[in-house]
Design a protein around this ligand. Structure first.
Ligand SMILES: [Zn+2]
Length: 475
């Protein structure tokens, strides 16, 4: 018995020792990998005057949260230790992408892979001072992900793919438009009067462009003429993005009143449903060339073999073919991209945008006003191409669509089957623009009571009765 009790005590000691060793190993095991795996935030020596937000935890965290576009839960302490750390950089005036990548120790090859992934989107081409770049780096200081914060609502994210390239993804927060009315009286030029009333330069220019088919702003306006503009402001749930659009215009010139309303098809119409902006051309070339590669959101790229969208159509035009703007507009960008080649982008009435890539020669300047059918460039084979062609894109509300089949205003009126819906759309805008006698007259006509919301039939006849609403009496 004593022997066995001795053994028992001894074995207890052994067990205790084993337990202590196990716990010690366990503790070491737990602490070891977390310190080994955690990647310190790289301290970057940046040129004087440039800021990297990474060393400041608050700024880094804020930018990271913003860059992730609220799709992820905040990192807990454990996951923070095992996940790569983001490095945030705010673009400064005079920066170039290659300088920024260089300063962060990221290879030129990686930058080229990013530019390659961006060729169908040209998002990196929109970078300007204030844009935030967030690099999520791996242990070898190579980015697994690069986020580009375009504005408070939009982030473009490039994620590393297995073959070493990047995949483009755009994340947009839910958005809505708030309306604000700006009214004023003409004294001096419309330009000066518009600015004085609170419109910005782009909005004044837009109003001029939208009503130019109706009247000559230089010659026809008189002191005392009045205007009202309903401006839409884009918002996320919490913030304004800074994007604005013009929802409606009313301009009283003497006894006449001119209108323009933005409709759901992205085009502007007057109160009768006639388009105030000229229709689009379907093709950017006089001749119709063979489609060498169609619009395809799921295309396999002919050179890389990777699945990547083809956001335009390729037209097999020989080098030197004249390229026309398919609509009236303003040249918003021109550039020379390693993959997209020489390109032109044109903004048409805010909602529409066209792009022309792989050009041999650009014949317009940024900011220049162009007409539908105007020669803007010669097609070519610049950038990465398998042969000469014109890559042509059409974007509606920032989304690429098939330019050869998309519903675009090629006609000059709201289609007959949508005219009732159009009238319903502009009714509250008309009321808000405070058309003289419009509201009181409608209420007077509606004898069943002012509180009742009139049905469409009871007041859908106003456009037919009154082609010049400024001269109309609703009684
Ligand atoms: Zn193409």
């Amino acid at each position: 018995m004593p022997k066995s009790s001795f053994l028992t005590r001894r074995s207890r000691h052994v067990l205790l020792a084993i337990a202590v060793i196990c716990i010690t190993i366990g503790l070491l095991w737990q602490s070891e990998p977390s310190s080994a795996v955690s990647i310190p935030i790289k301290q970057v020596d940046l040129p004087a005057g440039k800021t990297s937000a990474a060393p400041e935890p608050d700024a880094a965290e804020e930018a990271k949260a913003a860059a992730q576009a609220s799709t992820q839960e905040p990192d807990g302490p454990l996951s923070a230790a095992t996940e790569p750390q983001p490095v945030v950089y705010e673009i400064q005036p005079g920066d170039t992408l290659s300088e920024i990548f260089d300063a962060h120790g990221i290879s030129a090859n990686t930058l080229h892979k990013l530019l390659e992934a961006d060729a169908e989107f040209l998002s990196l081409e929109t970078i300007q001072p204030g844009t935030t770049l967030t690099f999520t780096l791996d242990g070898k200081n190579q980015p697994q992900k690069v986020d580009l914060q375009l504005d408070v609502a939009r982030t473009v994210s490039y994620s590393r793919t297995e073959d070493g390239g990047f995949e483009h993804q755009e994340i947009t927060k839910p958005l809505h438009w708030d309306r604000q009315q700006v009214s004023g009286e003409i004294h001096g030029s419309f330009y000066a009067s518009g600015l004085k009333a609170g419109l910005d330069k782009a909005q004044v220019a837009k109003v001029g462009q939208l009503l130019k088919s109706k009247l000559n702003f230089r010659r026809d306006l008189r002191a005392g003429d009045t205007f009202s503009v309903i401006v839409g402001h884009e918002h996320t749930d919490t913030q304004a993005t800074g994007n604005t659009r013009i929802d409606a215009i009313e301009l009283h010139r003497g006894s006449k009143t001119y209108y323009a309303f933005l409709y759901s098809d992205g085009n502007y119409y007057d109160e009768t449903g006639d388009s105030v902006t000229p229709a689009f051309l379907r093709w950017p070339t006089k001749q119709h060339y063979r489609i060498t590669s169609p619009f395809d959101p799921n295309r396999l790229h002919p050179i890389t073999g990777r699945r990547a969208p083809h956001n335009g159509v390729d037209l097999g035009s020989p080098s030197g073919t004249p390229v026309m703007s398919t609509g009236d507009g303003i040249v918003s960008r021109i550039g020379n991209h390693p993959y997209a080649g020489k390109y032109v982008e044109i903004e048409h009435s805010g909602t529409y945008k066209t792009r022309y890539l792989h050009l041999s020669k650009i014949l317009v300047h940024r900011g220049e006003t162009v007409k539908r059918g105007e020669k803007i460039a010669l097609s070519g084979a610049t950038g990465r191409v398998t042969g000469p062609h014109l890559h042509f894109e059409l974007h509606v509300n920032h989304h690429p669509v098939n330019p050869l089949t998309a519903k675009i205003p090629t006609s000059a009126h709201v289609p007959a089957d949508r005219i009732a819906a159009f009238r319903k759309h502009i009714r509250p805008l008309m009321a808000r623009l405070n058309v003289p006698s419009y509201l009181p007259a409608r209420q007077a006509r509606d004898k069943t009571g002012a509180e009742k919301i009139p049905t469409q039939a009871s007041n859908s006849d106003w456009t037919q009765q009154c082609l010049r609403p400024g001269q109309c009496r609703f009684n």
